[in-house]
Structure formats: C-alpha cells, structure tokens
Design a protein around this ligand. Sequence first.
Ligand SMILES: Nc1ncnc2c1ncn2[C@@H]1O[C@H](COP(=O)(O)OP(=O)(O)O)[C@@H](O)[C@H]1O
Ligand SMILES: [Mg+2]
Length: 563
Amino acid sequence: MRLWDLLAYLPRHKRDAALATVAALLAALAGVYAPLVARRAVDLAISMRWESLPPLLAAFIALTAAQGLFAYIQGVSARRLSEGVAFDLRVELYRKLHDLSLSFIHRQGAGGLVARVTGDVEQVKGFFEVLTTFLGGSVLVVFSIAAMLAIDVQLALLTLAVLLVLPLLPRKLSPRIRRLFDISREQYARMSTILQETIVSIIPIRAVNAARYMLDRFSQHNKAFNEALVKAGWYRALLWPTLNLLNNAALVVILLLGGWKIAAGSLTVGDLTAFTMYTGMISWPITQLGFVIVNMERARVAISRVHEVLSAKPDVEEAPDAAELRVTQGRVEFRDVWFSYDGQNYVLRGVSFEVKPGEVVAITGPPGCGKSTLAGLLIRLADPQRGAILIDGQDIRRVKLESLRRNVTIVHQDIYLFPDTIRNNIAFARPDATDEEVVEAAKLAHIHDFIASLPQGYNTLVGERGVTLSGGQRQRVALARALLARPKVIVLDDTTSEVDAETERAIYDALTRNLKGHTIIVITQRPSTMALADRVLVMDSGRIVAELKPRVEVAQVWRGGTV
Ligand SMILES: Nc1ncnc2c1ncn2[C@@H]1O[C@H](COP(=O)(O)OP(=O)(O)O)[C@@H](O)[C@H]1O
Ligand SMILES: [Mg+2]
C-alpha cells in the first residue's frame, strides 16, 4: 500500500477534509496579512499620525482573531478527519481478523496483531493530523516569503538562508529516530504477546513455577523498548533548542542588516517590524516540513504493516458464485481428502468416508492423528490440498461460508463462551429461541440443574467479570448451544472429555434421541461413547485404518487394546 492509497479513505470524510483544508488556508491568509497591518501602524505611529491608528489596530486585532478562529476550526476538523480514518482502519482490521489466514495469525502472534490495530493505526492517524496543519503552514510560508521579498529582497534572502537550515534538522535526525521507533514497536509487540500469553495461561504458568522465567523474558523486551525510546527522546530533545537558536540567529541578521538599512534610509521601522513578525511566524511551519517528511516515512511503514493484514490472503475464500448450502438430508462425504498445514507434512492422507443421513458415526484414534483437523475441514477452517468434501452432494468450496457454518455445527474441543449471560451463550445460534427452549436444551446437555443453582440462574454472566465455569461445565453449555441450534450436521470433537462417564452417557442418550434424523459425528477416545454409535471409524496417522460396525466389536477391540 502506498501513502496515496490512504486518499481512498478521504471521500468517507469529505466534509472534515474540506473544512480542515479551507480553514487552514483562511487561517494562513489572515496570518500573512496581519504583519502588513502592523507595519503600516508602526510607520504611522513614528510619523505621529495618531488619528489613523485606531482603525489599523482594530484591523490587526480582527485579523489575529480570525486567524485564531480558523485555526480552531482547522484543529477540530483535522482531528475529526484523522480520528475518522483511524476508526475505519480499526473496524476493517478487526473484521479482517475473522477470516484472516490461521497461519498468518500464528506467525504474527497476538501482540503483533494488537500492535497493528493500535500502534500502527495511531501512526497513520498522526500523519493525517500533521498533513492538514502542514497544508496551512505551506501557504503561510509561501505568502510570507512573497511579502518579505516585496519589502526588501536582500534582507529576505539572508533571513531565508538562515531559516532554511530548519527542515534539514529533522531530516538529519529522522533515520536514527525512525530506526529507534521501529525497534520500540517490535519490542512493544513482543511485550504484549508475553503479557497476553501470561494472562491466558496464568494457571499453567504458576503450576510450573515459571514467574521468574517469564519475568526475565518480559524484562528483556521491556528494557530494549525503554532504551530505544529514551534514545529517541534524546534526539528529539535536541530539536527545540536548535530551533530556538536558528530562529534567534535569523533575528540577529534581521536586526543588524535591518538597523543598518534604516539608518541608511532604505527601510522603515514598520518594515523591520513586519520582518521580525514573519520570521517568527514561518520558522515553525518550515521546521514542520522536516517533520512531515519524517512522519510520511513512518506513516508509510505503518500503513504497509496495516495493509499487510488487510490484503493477506485468507485460508479459504468464498467462490464468487457461491450458492446457499441446502441441507435436506445431511449426508456427509469425504472423497480422498489430503491435507497439510505447511504444504509438506500431510496430516490427512487420503481420507474417504461417508456418513449417511441420520447416522451416528464415531471417529477415534490416538492424539495427533488428525481428528480435529478433519472436523475443521468440514466447516472450512482450511481447504484440503486434494480431494473434496460434500454435504448432500454439494462441494463445500462452492457454497456460502455463512450457510455452511450455520448448517454444520462443530462443538470444538476448545470452547469459547462469550462474555455474556449463560442464557445468551446458549441462545447465540438462535436469538429468537424462547426461554423454555433454552431450558430444554440445557436439560438435554445436563447443565440445567447447575445453572438453576446459581443465584442469578440463566442471567449469570460468564467469562470476563463473570463466573468461572469448569471445563466440563463449559463443554455442556456449548453442547446446549449446539442442541438449541439443531443443525442438520453436528460434530462433537471430544466435547464431553471433561464430563464424567455416567453423565456423558446420559447426554449422548438424550442427544441421539433428540436429534434423530440428524447426522452426528462424535470424536472420542471413550469406548462407552463409541458404543452408542452406528459405526466407528478408527484413524491413525491421517488415515482411516479400520471401520467397526457392530457395537459389540468396539468393546472387544478396546478390551484387546488394539486401538
Ligand atoms: N494449526 C495447526 N498448524 C500446524 N499443525 C497443526 C495445527 N493443528 C494441528 N496440527 C498438527 O496436525 C496433526 C493433527 O492434529 P489434530 O487434528 O489436532 O489431531 P487430533 O485431533 O487427532 O488429536 C498434529 O500433528 C498436529 O501437531
Ligand atoms: Mg483433537
């Protein structure tokens, strides 16, 4: 993404962009005109023509007030513009996160992505803010220089020769400052990754007594972050004294040469007054020119980082002519599916099977054999490299993702509960469900009694700032959610692993009875669960190595320890 691409965001904020630009121009015009009035007033005062002074002084005040007013309008609208662009970028980045490639997310880490949505967006925003100010500033500078040249060419050129050193300063320092800022951003991202990992995994980290180790890692990045910013501050601190020094040097030049010219009669005191005013007025915008160049560079880096996220290719893309998935029966078919996360090591190697409508199929196999991967492919978390997956004869690559994920529910082994009430967590897939239906689903999932025992019942908040549920309770809430949604195809990926065997049995009994005619795939390690299935597929190293049909067979195999 180029800096210019940012202009694409401007039309959305036309009003603010126009207002900021016009106000900046008007402020500059009023600013340029004021010294000319002052010049005339000084000359009239010296020649003691007091009677003409009041209107001039009134005009001077009016111009300065106008400049202030327009600067105010410009400030407000420039802020609205830059905040508006930042707002848009944050929304786009967040929306993108939901279909961003999983490997990309993994590579960036939580901290890296957070840094992009926060830090880099701030950077882009800052650039927009400076840009409008700079626009007004350049008009002020150009007009002021013209006015100075009109008053006295020699004096003007000499003053400018001193002032033009100003933009060089930020340019000279900018590569060093930029490098330091790059380092600081990188370290910041790493720090936030550690921070987030620590918060998420605080219990296992305490369990292995790793506070010291984590603190060392955190401190290492904290130190590098701190050092980079202190150093950058050192360069930045150089700026103001130098600016002041150059400004005063220009004044000395003006006073010396100007004084001499007044004595020689070729310059009036009013001219000199205007000159000093112009010098003071333009030194900051000229310095800013240097800043804008530095900022442009930093904004370019930031925008390319933001763009990297926005333009990242998702793992799965919806076909342009994708149709709505129509599930009438719920037949699921895997045809010679090969899948690899990294393009080299195949996790699924030629998996073929069919689940007939209304069938309950269990899938089992040792950890890491590819069961969860297989489930994920069914809702297109990724696409297989070879082969196809069909639901009721429709290739899932040719249907709308939303309709696929609405019709096929996977209760994943890692359960996410929204920071909301238990009721809303269960009703998530069907917000129109009645309270009775929610309770019914909770009863089927054997979680109703627990919910009812909570002081606030179904209105209890879970997640952040709410109650903490145990693994088994979370699994059953998720199960209730899936039961309420009544999808035609449901996959339970080790969903009841943390529920005791007896409750699990009762749950599956209720489930198979209640979802009769629905296609159910149960991923499990427990023989008792397998016993409930019509068929059991046994996986090993990415292949289906056996299929057991009669329920007795399962029990035998397990007793014999061949699985
Ligand atoms: N997101 C991922 N990126 C890379 N490799 C993965 C990813 N998820 C799982 N794997 C690998 O794929 C294999 C199968 O994993 P998985 O499907 O989770 O197995 P199971 O559910 O049977 O325990 C494992 O070797 C695992 O390390
Ligand atoms: Mg798994």
